[in-house]
Design a binder for this molecule. Structure first.
Ligand SMILES: *[C@@H]1O[C@H](CO)[C@@H](O)[C@H](O)[C@H]1NC(C)=O
Ligand SMILES: *[C@@H]1O[C@H](CO)[C@@H](O)[C@H](O)[C@H]1NC(C)=O
Ligand SMILES: *[C@@H]1O[C@H](CO)[C@@H](O)[C@H](O)[C@H]1NC(C)=O
Length: 478
């Protein structure tokens, strides 16, 4: 393929020069043949692409369970983000999410129209044709039954076809957990300006969502070579990435059903008892997850951190308590071998949220130093509280989450220490947003997806020298 490309280049350069001469000649003297019109298209593309050296835009839709969001970014030729007016990104959202229109794919797609219009305004008109637009759907669509999610995605593809943006059927998909994990790793390391540096200078990430929890960190080439093979069809443990001229071997794993909402269901399912030692005294109700109802109440003696932890340890072991590798996290999953890329861990989503809500970090700090033991200390206090008292002690916690506060905090501590094997006193960083050029940017997967779109060998890679520009044209031609 590479060879082939060089041959095409050699052929194309003189062709381009000739057609450029023809292009600028008065039109009545231009020969009338189809080759010329093809070359004109190429040339128009080339002129557009030459512009790209200073301006490249990308639009990412994040179709989440509660709402849909659009992110627009503008990159310069060094893959640095560039301000558009006062903003460093376009960010708009609508509610509800695509999955709320399960029976009406057209209506689902139409819910994105206002966001698409925002993106069309954000990206200058003459750049639309060279601006990729991608859509990643997460938890909500994953859970829909039958072909509902396929039909919604197809309606979204049809919608994007009506815009002038660059699009492709493969760019409108349901993301799996490990894609989310690797995009988040890219986004956070990008914002910390680590990309392009040696893997040992990157940070690892842990992301606790509702349905799943992801861990991703860069490992050495030698460790990557020793990664265990997984059966065909399963996501491999290690992904290779090339960003800013540097190759990374990324260990990434998504633990389905160990996100915070899913874990509650697992923990409630451990003891078939209705009374659960993780539930705050005074609560009596029903917890619903994945279409299943769990009757829930607190023991008469109230919640207990130690007893709750015992149940959580059982839930963590799951159905696969044995480790077929040298080192595992939990559930028979390889731990990646550790190393420098995991030394600094950025931990986000529900870890950050609960820490802020119970007050051991200050929510006005979008990045905060912490340790796993902080979750235990907070759990100890929460587990001794009744539901009634908790309302006034923890005003930041949603009423629907309050009965589960002891459970959530014990789970978060147990997941970090017993699940991922972190030392209780290890320094970790809780993260919500990261400051980049004086602007707070969400530590979330869409930025990683944008960086990938800008880095991949798909005809829109960095266009910095004349040779590269022509290569971009030749790829567009193929
Ligand atoms: C070019 O050739 C085609 C068919 O040979 C003809 O239909 C068309 O009108 C020509 N165009 C010009 C601009 O002469
Ligand atoms: C892997 O296991 C060995 C032996 O059990 C232990 O010494 C080592 O620290 C572990 N490494 C990691 C990264 O967990
Ligand atoms: C949180 O930080 C802000 C800004 O630094 C400060 O004004 C506020 O008092 C802090 N809140 C707490 C509870 O420490």
């Amino acid at each position: 393929m590479h060879r082939f490309r060089e041959v095409i280049l050699v052929l194309l350069i003189p062709l381009l020069l000739v057609s450029f001469v023809l292009f600028v000649m008065p039109s009545e003297r231009a020969p009338n043949d189809s080759v010329l019109s093809t070359n004109r298209k190429l040339l128009a593309n080339y002129v557009l692409r030459a512009d790209l050296s200073s301006n490249r835009y990308v639009v990412i839709f994040d179709a989440g369970s509660s709402g849909s969001r659009v992110h627009g970014f503008r990159f310069d030729q060094n893959l640095d983000l560039v301000y558009v007016g006062k903003e460093i990104q376009l960010f708009e959202q609508v509610w509800p999410g695509l999955s709320s229109y399960a029976d009406n794919p057209k209506e689902a797609a139409d819910s994105l129209v206002p966001l698409l219009e925002d993106a069309e305004e954000f990206v200058p008109k003459d750049m639309h044709q060279v601006t990729p637009v991608k859509v990643g759907a997460t938890a909500g669509l994953r859970l829909l039954e039958g072909d509902a999610s396929d039909r919604i995605l197809q309606a979204v593809r049809d919608l994007l076809e009506t815009s002038n943006f660059m699009t492709n059927d493969d760019w409108v998909t349901v993301l799996d957990g490990s894609q989310e994990g690797s995009y988040l790793w890219m986004a956070i390391n990008y914002l910390l300006t680590n990309l392009g540096k040696d893997y040992s200078e990157t940070v690892g990430v842990v992301d606790l969502g509702g349905g799943s929890v992801q861990m991703a960190y860069a490992i050495s080439e030698a460790d990557a070579a020793n990664a265990p093979e997984l059966p065909e069809g399963e996501d491999p443990y290690v992904k290779e990435l090339s960003i800013k001229g540097t190759k990374y071997y990324l260990y990434v794993h998504s633990y389905l059903n160990y996100g915070l909402s899913a874990a509650r269901a697992q923990i409630l399912g451990v003891a078939k008892d209705v009374e659960n030692p993780c539930i705050l005294a005074g609560y009596n109700g029903v917890y619903t997850y994945g279409g299943i109802d769990y009757k829930v109440s607190a023991p008469s003696s109230g919640s207990s951190m130690d007893k709750c932890r015992e149940q959580i340890l059982i839930a963590l072991k799951g159905s696969n308590p044995t480790c077929p590798y040298k080192n595992c996290t939990f559930g028979g999953v390889w731990n990646g071998g550790g190393g420098d890329g995991q030394e600094n861990l950025y931990v986000g989503s529900y870890f950050y949220d609960r820490a802020g809500q119970v007050g051991f970090i200050n929510e006005s700090d979008r990045v905060a130093a912490s340790r796993p033991i902080d979750f235990q200390v907070a759990a100890e206090r929460a587990c001794q509280t009744t539901l009634e008292d908790a309302k006034s002690i923890y005003p930041g916690v949603d009423a629907a989450d309050l009965p589960y506060l002891c459970m959530d905090l014990v789970y978060e501590h147990t997941l970090l220490v017993d699940g991922f094997g972190l030392q209780p006193l290890k320094d970790i960083t809780l993260v919500k947003q990261i400051e980049y050029q004086g602007y707070l940017v969400e530590a979330a997967w869409p930025l990683g997806s944008a960086i990938e779109a800008m880095s991949l060998d798909n005809g829109i890679k960095p266009v910095s020298s004349l040779g590269n520009r022509i290569e971009a044209v030749s790829q567009a031609a193929i």
